[in-house]
Design a protein around this ligand. Structure first.
Ligand code: ZN
Length: 68
């Protein structure tokens, strides 16, 4: 008999209802998770997800300013 799952504070992700999908990584977002809201889109409150969502171009400052 295994009572481990009942002693945990957080709900088992396997059983938790999916509230939304992250617009960054595409992963599932469960109740009680922190998220970022950007223009109505929901993203995990993680830099990784935010960067994937924004998908910024990586350039030098000279390229960005067009002075290269
Ligand atoms: Zn995510």
């Amino acid at each position: 008999m295994n009572l481990d799952r009942f002693s945990q504070g957080l709900p088992d992700p396997q059983d938790a209802e999916v509230m939304a999908y992250c617009e960054g990584c595409g992963g599932e977002i469960y109740p009680g998770e922190d998220v970022y809201c950007v223009n109505g889109d929901i993203i995990h409150a993680e830099w990784e997800c935010l960067v994937q969502y924004i998908d910024p171009e990586f350039k030098t400052i000279e390229e960005a300013l067009g002075v290269a």
